[in-house]
Design a protein around this ligand. Sequence first.
Ligand SMILES: C[S@@+](CC[C@H](N)C(=O)[O-])C[C@H]1O[C@@H](n2cnc3c(N)ncnc32)[C@H](O)[C@@H]1O
Length: 388
Amino acid sequence: MVKNSLTHPLHSYPARMHPATARALVQLCFDTESVQPRVVLDPFCGSGTTLVEGRAAGLNVIGTDLNPLAVRIARAKTWSCPKKRLTAFERLGAQISAAAIEEGKAARRADYKPKPIRVPKGINPAERDEEIASWYSPHVRRELEFIAAAIDEYREEDEQMADLLSVCLSSILIKTSKRSSDTSPKEIRRNIARGAPGRWFGERVQLMVQGLVDLHREGAKGEVTVLERDARKLLGPGGIAPESVGAIISSPPYIGTYDYVDHHRLRLAFLGMPYDDFERKEIGARRRFKGRAHQAAIKAIDDFKECLKSFDEVLVPGGLMALMVGDSVAGVEPVWADGVLREISADRFDVLGWVSQERDKLGSLEKRAFGEYPKREHVLLLEKKSKS
Ligand SMILES: C[S@@+](CC[C@H](N)C(=O)[O-])C[C@H]1O[C@@H](n2cnc3c(N)ncnc32)[C@H](O)[C@@H]1O
């Protein structure tokens, strides 16, 4: 199954694109060798689903996202790992996993003295503790912090390797916690055995290695660029060159639906990753709709207009753009995402085609807002207009 293939299963991500959809869109946009340049861009790359599929198809891939965790995950899933580095990564991951399992066992002994809790650089320890403490049983937190400290130690020597290992750690931070999921802060009971965090971390390292090996076997040979960057400003220093992208395949945030800062606050705090810039600039986040939904919706639509301008600047003339968008509720009003996209893209892009699929209305708010009309997700295929 596409979903469980390659590096797709490494890390969960809210509103992740289905890997089979990404694969179909890559095939659609790069259907012949005449589509040039062989570069696919996902400007809201999230966990990198499009990028993984782009790599599997032998393309050069570029991803941008403002969520620093997304950037780390997408880089890990698309790593162009030289063989020696992959072996070193696997060895190091196995060592840390074994040491963490040992630490779990040692904690049962009467003479065990826990190490002081780690303090990541550049982060206020009290604020971090406040975000984390209530979500973990003490023994689980100790074992997770042990893994994090081992990764930190390695960071001085090899930052890339530390980032890659931290993605494997991040991938187990919810299943070891009392938090129900990224998107639900409901507290639930999970009995986590001593040593389980170390074991699960080791399994994630293995999963990543196997996924990368498969990705290379599949034909990944192109260049990978993943930038922490605002989708509204893709051009400019350190950014993407004008008209250098063959096609854009992406799933922008659904207006007023998700709140990635909130969904990832626990993981970001645990890993010690600052996210102030992301908090200020995240587009369409649900937190902005509380009490002033109308203004927030107007702002989100203006933000998307800026994005479309930015996409137009980097896309080759006549290039294709496949965008997946979802109907949502802004405050109490329905947002018909396909209609909005058609309207705001009309001056720069022609619509070539679209598909829509009905989705369940969740909760009374959505039922009331959509009324008798269906709530749907859409993929629109657009073509950049030639300048007249
Ligand atoms: C629907 S998700 C993309 C999920 C992705 N397709 C995947 O499969 O994982 C939308 C993404 O937009 C990102 N985002 C929000 N505001 C942004 C901005 N101003 N610039 C770049 N990315 C942004 C969020 O961090 C989130 O990762």
